[in-house]
Design a protein around this ligand. Structure first.
Ligand SMILES: *Cc1c(COP(=O)(O)O)cnc(C)c1O
Length: 330
């Protein structure tokens, strides 16, 4: 039997996820910028998942997955390995659904990240990144404690949940010409592609990743999943080293292209969000917009998005304040 979590998700799964999330996740606002519209000669629509519960879209996928646990799975609870937004999303979802949660994190993870997961009621187990394998530890703990592992992106219910952000955006702004979406492991992008395929088949969906973490771009070119070494980038939510077995085929078949941006371009995007839109955005959350700026060719006066209607997903806003202030000040 194939596990439901390993069956490729469909648009119907995204619609079902939206029903599960209704009244639980925020329907986040879509914001505009007259200033940036004028600069690029385009109409931009920013879907603000930095204003989602736990500060990132990850709540959508986590809750959608946990809401489908069987009674027995609920009793055992959920386990995940992640230092970032997925951990907080799992922790809050587990609390809302009244089940135990355990997060496996490297012992040198930022204190604020461990604290955030604990605040939502999860137990945190640490490991040594240099000597221990997190997947082996997670699998062992899951077996010992009867917990169900929910990974951050390669899971059908997670992907379907992530797709609800684009679903909402396309319901609100149906006639987009382009949709720009960031990617790490590709859960958000593949979910967005399912929504766009059904609601706006002519909309070109473009994935954006850090230039040092361009494994998805390489994978598209190669026609198979390319794994890279742990990349250096300030976009710490996009450091996945490879796409997943479920996310890759959806991206290969439906994405228009994958483009990349530099850390410097991300910093400039963070400043734009803070100064002009009054939005706190984490570096990974700014990837899609930085991609729009790079794609538009505004620096060369090309204005390739002239007259186009462009959707942008701001994926998250969780950033350590000291680090954030350094980005703004540099
Ligand atoms: C996880 C995350 C991403 C990448 O999402 P994938 O589904 O792994 O592609 C992007 N931005 C933020 C803020 C994230 O937390």
């Amino acid at each position: 039997m194939t596990l439901p979590s390993l069956t490729p998700p469909t648009y119907q799964d995204v619609v079902a996820a939206a029903e599960r999330l209704s009244g639980v996740a925020h329907r986040t606002p879509v914001k505009r910028s007259a200033h940036m519209d004028e600069r690029l000669g385009a109409k931009l629509f920013f879907k603000c998942e930095n204003l989602q519960r736990t500060g990132a879209f990850k709540f959508r996928g986590a809750y959608n997955a946990l809401a489908q646990f069987s009674d027995e799975q609920r009793k055992g609870g959920v386990l995940t390995f992640s230092a970032g937004n997925h951990a907080q999303a799992i922790a809050l979802s587990a609390r809302l659904l009244d089940m135990p949660a355990l997060v496996v994190m490297p012992e040198d993870a930022a204190h604020s990240k461990m604290a955030a997961s604990r605040e939502y009621g999860a137990q945190v187990v640490t490991y040594n990144r240099h000597t221990e394998d997190r997947e082996a530890i997670s699998q062992q703990l899951a077996r010992e404690r009867g917990m169900t592992l929910v990974p951050p992106f390669d899971h059908a219910h997670v992907i379907a949940g992530q797709g609800t952000a684009a679903l909402e955006l396309l319901q609100e702004v149906p006639d987009l010409d382009y949709l720009f979406v960031c990617l790490g492991g590709g859960g958000l992008l593949s979910g967005s592609l399912l929504a766009a395929q059904a609601l706006a088949p002519r909309c070109k969906v473009i994935g954006v990743e850090p230039e040092t973490a361009n494994d998805a771009q390489q994978s598209l070119r190669a026609g198979h999943i390319v794994r890279i070494a742990l990349p250096q980038t300030i976009a710490d939510g996009a450091q996945a080293q490879a796409l997943g077995e479920l996310t890759f085929p959806i991206i290969r078949d439906h994405a228009e292209d994958i483009i990349t941006v530099s850390d410097q371009q991300l910093i400039e995007a963070l400043r734009f969000f803070a100064e002009r839109m009054k939005l706190v955005v984490e570096p990974t959350g700014a990837l899609a917009f930085a991609g729009v700026q790079a794609f538009s060719g505004e620096d060369d006066g090309a204005k390739l998005l002239q007259g186009e209607r462009v959707g942008i997903i701001i994926s998250g806003g969780n950033v350590d304040l000291a680090r954030y202030s350094r980005f703004l000040a540099d």
